[in-house]
Design a protein around this ligand. Structure first.
Ligand code: COA
Length: 385
């Protein structure tokens, strides 16, 4: 193929049997299981194992995986010390990329992927995946306290993944309903075919870089506002709008200036993102759980989505996963600049599943380019320029 397609639109970059999406029908499945069923019945632990191994685990397999995740939550003292040296004004995604890369130095030894022999070593791959997934939540939640000058809460082994994440953020016993919401959010964000950050993970993985560096590359890619960083922008945008009655004028101005509406649009979906539908329902459930009072941001979001539908549906632009996730996290007391980090916590399962799949049949990524520069020309000495 010699045709250049900007953004590689429609170009298959890999073969995968991890997840599937139908952007016209709004269907997303992980290993063949519909996302709506997983969000309702599964847990993040079970979904991670499904993504990594390919099938829903038996009870004993899930228990063992869960036990290993719980046992690997603590991070070494020196990693906390590194985090304490980072500027409090830094973005959590920058902290996360730094800390995950540094995990590779502290937990390296013979676990460091140095040769193709490791590609075949399922035990190594599984072990690495557990070490990374287990610690992602710890790093993100610890940062919330470290950056404010406090000692972080130690992870608790008696809580499930989502409950522990919420506990480490708030320091109080997690409300089971809220922990379940976080659990479902983690499931919904765990995987999404070959998006930009997963592609970055595949490229890094194809060089046989260590899994810590593979995940660090993916974290950097997820951080951008056109990808995972959009959830933070959505809440900032809703606060800027202020209230539902201001939506129409605000939208007219933005669209007239050809500006982006955060949380809207997707390369693959030409209908509303199925994850956005579930997240919107969960937001409604949370409001009902709290006595029916609707939050100002949710109200504004509903009005904005309706207004966008009138103006953008003809382009196939609808709400994506980031449109409602941030509002939900915000209602659970999570700071807006941490939304994308929580997305990364969840997506680490998908990245590692793709890393594993890549290693099974690896060939280094080395695409070509359409050169648009000068033909060879003579060097001009500096005194003659
Ligand atoms: N706001 C306003 N217009 C949008 C839009 C948005 N969020 N997303 C797409 N469009 C418009 C484009 O301006 C373009 O219009 P045109 O044909 O008149 O030029 C058309 O829809 C097609 O969009 P395009 O830029 O080709 O889509 P893409 O596939 O390259 O980009 C995104 C996909 C996700 C990067 C893009 O939709 C976007 O920037 N969304 C906002 C960021 C976001 O929420 N990201 C999270 C994704 S999960």
């Amino acid at each position: 193929m010699s045709e250049y397609l900007p953004g590689l639109e429609g170009v298959p970059a890999t073969k995968s049997n991890i997840s599937y999406l139908d952007g016209k029908k709004g269907i997303l499945t992980y290993r063949g299981y519909r996302i709506v069923d997983l969000a309702e019945h599964s847990s993040f632990e079970e979904t991670s194992l499904l993504l990594l191994d390919g099938d829903l685990p038996r009870q004993d397999q899930l228990q063992e995986f869960d036990r290993q995740l719980r046992n690997n939550r603590v991070v070494k003292y020196n990693i906390r010390e590194i985090m304490k040296c980072l500027p409090a004004t830094g973005h959590p995604m920058e902290m996360l990329q730094t800390s995950v890369a540094s995990l590779g130095m502290f937990y390296a030894g013979d676990e460091c992927l140095t040769g193709s022999d490791r590609c075949e070593d399922l035990h190594y791959i599984h072990n690495m995946s557990i070490k990374i997934i287990a610690r992602m939540a710890t790093l993100v939640a610890m940062w919330q306290h470290i950056r404010n000058g406090y000692e972080p809460f130690a992870p608790r082994k008696d809580l499930n993944y989502a409950g522990n994440l919420l506990y480490m953020f708030t320091g109080v016993e997690p409300d089971p309903f809220e922990a379940r919401i976080i659990d479902a959010c983690l499931i919904l964000h765990a995987e999404h075919t070959i998006n930009a950050s997963t592609f970055a993970a595949l490229v890094a993985g194809s060089t046989l870089a260590s899994p810590y560096l593979v995940v660090a590359a993916a974290i950097g890619t997820l951080a951008g506002p056109l990808h995972g960083g959009a959830n933070q922008r959505v809440v900032e945008m809703l606060r800027e709008i202020g209230s539902p009655d201001k939506v129409q004028a605000w939208l007219d101005k933005k669209l007239a200036n050809k500006e982006i509406i955060w949380g809207m649009g997707h390369r693959e979906y030409k209908v509303k993102d199925p994850r956005a539908i579930i997240l919107q329902k969960m937001m409604q459930q949370l409001m009902d759980h709290r006595g029916g009072k609707i939050s100002r941001e949710f109200e504004t979001a509903l009005a904005l989505e309706a207004a966008c539908e009138e103006r953008l549906a003809s382009k196939g632009v609808y709400a994506n996963v980031d449109f409602y996730s941030g509002i939900l996290y915000s209602e659970l007391g999570i700071k807006e600049d941490q939304f994308t980090s929580i997305f990364a916590v969840a997506r680490s399962a998908g990245w590692l599943a793709h890393w594993r799949e890549q290693l099974k049949d690896n060939r280094i990524f080395r695409p070509t380019q359409v050169y648009t520069g000068y033909a060879p020309r003579d060097y001009t000495p500096i005194d003659r320029r």
